[in-house]
Design a binder for this molecule. Structure first.
Ligand code: BTN
Length: 323
C-alpha cells in the first residue's frame, strides 16, 4: 500500500471526525510536510475539510477505488482496477487462471466494455459502475439462464436501498429501466475452469452520470443515468449492495426460484402492454406482454394465443425509446 493510500485509510478510519496532521505523521512515520503533500493530492479526488485546530476530516466516503472503502463497507472480496479492457474478460481470465472462490471485479474504466449481441458499453471513468461477479452457480447448469433475472432483481434492490421511491422497471430479460429508460445492462457469460467446473460471470454496468459529450446518438432517448433523480451513491457502495443482494438471492435459489421471481414481478410492465419482439437474426414482430413464468421465460400474446420465448430482446411501447 502506498503512503497516500495509508493516509486515505486513516482518514476513512476517522470518517466524519478530524485527525491531526501530527497524528497521521506519527502513525505512518512520515514528515508533516509529506502528510500535507498526500492530502493535497487526495484533494484532487475528494473533499477533505481542514479543521481550525489543524485536523483533517473526510466528511463522507469518497467515490474512489480504494480497498480502505471496501474494508469500511465490510466487503473484502472485490478486486479493484483503475482500468481494464472489460471486467467480464478480466473475470474470465481469473477463472481460467484458477480462481478458487467466487469473486468480483470492479474497474473505474473499461477500454472495451462489452454489451449483449456484440454491442459495446460506454465505460468512461466516474460515469458508471462496471462490475463483474464470478461464481459457480448453485444449481444445475440447465437452469443457469435464470441467473440474468436474478442479477436484474439484485440491481433493483440495491438501487431501491439507495432511493426507495426510484421508478424502476425490468425489461425482460434483464435491462433495468429508470423512468422508462435504460439505467443498467447485464451480460452473463459462461466459462469452464481448468477442472471443467462451469462458472457464470455476471457483468453489470450501471449508468451513474452522463458520459462526456452525452450518450452516443443510438442511445439518446433510450438510456438515462441515476443522477437524474439524486446524487448517485459511491460506486463501491453500490457494488457492495448489488453483491450482497446477489448472494442473498443465490442462497434462496438453492431451495427454489420463487423468491427471485416474486421480486422480479414487482418490476415487470403491466400485462397487456404492447411489445415488439426482436429475435436474434430474425424479423421482429408485435405482441402483447402476458408475464414471465417461474422459469424466467417471457409469455406473450399473439393472434389470440399465449406463446413463450426464452431468448431474444423486446421493446416495450412507451419505454426505452420505443413508441
Ligand atoms: C447490455 O448490452 O445491456 C449489457 C451491458 C453489460 C455491461 C457490463 S459493464 C461490466 C461488464 N463488463 C463488460 O464488458 N460488460 C459488462
Amino acid at each position: 500500500m502506498t503512503a497516500r493510500d495509508q493516509v486515505l485509510d486513516m482518514l476513512i478510519d476517522y470518517l466524519g471526525r478530524p485527525i491531526s496532521g501530527e497524528a497521521i505523521s506519527r502513525q505512518l512515520g512520515i514528515t508533516r510536510q509529506m502528510v500535507w503533500k498526500h492530502i493535497k493530492a487526495l484533494r484532487n479526488d475528494m473533499a477533505i475539510e481542514s479543521k481550525p485546530n489543524g485536523g483533517y476530516c473526510l466528511p463522507t466516503l469518497p467515490d474512489v477505488m480504494s480497498p480502505a472503502i471496501l474494508k469500511r463497507l465490510g466487503v473484502p472480496n472485490i478486486a479493484l482496477l483503475d482500468e481494464v479492457d472489460s471486467t467480464n474478460m478480466e473475470a474470465k481470465r481469473r477463472v481460467s487462471d484458477g480462481a478458487g472462490d467466487n469473486f468480483a471485479v470492479v474497474a473505474a474504466r473499461q477500454t472495451q466494455g462489452r454489451g449483449r449481441r456484440g454491442r459495446s458499453w460506454v465505460s468512461q471513468p466516474g460515469q458508471g459502475l462496471y462490475l463483474s461477479i464470478a461464481m459457480r452457480p448453485p444449481v444445475d447448469i440447465a437452469q443457469v439462464q435464470k441467473i440474468t433475472l436474478l442479477a436484474a432483481v439484485s440491481v433493483c434492490a440495491a438501487i431501491k436501498k439507495w432511493r426507495p421511491d426510484a421508478p424502476l422497471r425490468i425489461k425482460w430479460p434483464n435491462d433495468v429501466l429508470l423512468n422508462g429508460k435504460k439505467i443498467c445492462g447485464i451480460l452473463c457469460e459462461l466459462i469452464s475452469d481448468l477442472e471443467g467446473s462451469t462458472w457464470v460471470v455476471m457483468g453489470i454496468g450501471v449508468n451513474l452520470r452522463l458520459p462526456e459529450g452525452g450518450f452516443p446518438e443510438e442511445l439518446r432517448g433510450k438510456a438515462t443515468t441515476l443522477d437524474t433523480i439524486a446524487p448517485p451513491p459511491i460506486r463501491l457502495q453500490l457494488a457492495a449492495d448489488i453483491l450482497g443482494y446477489t448472494t442473498d438471492y443465490l442462497d434462496s435459489w438453492r431451495d427454489d426460484f420463487g423468491q427471485v421471481m416474486e421480486a422480479y414481478r414487482q418490476y415487470m410492465p403491466a400485462a397487456g402492454c404492447a411489445l415488439r419482439v426482436l429475435p436474434a437474426g430474425q424479423a421482429g414482430y408485435d405482441a402483447a406482454f402476458a408475464g414471465v413464468d417461474d422459469d424466467g421465460g417471457l409469455l406473450l400474446e399473439r393472434d389470440g394465443k399465449v406463446e413463450r420465448i426464452i431468448s431474444g430482446e423486446i421493446s416495450i411501447e412507451g419505454m426505452d425509446g420505443y413508441v
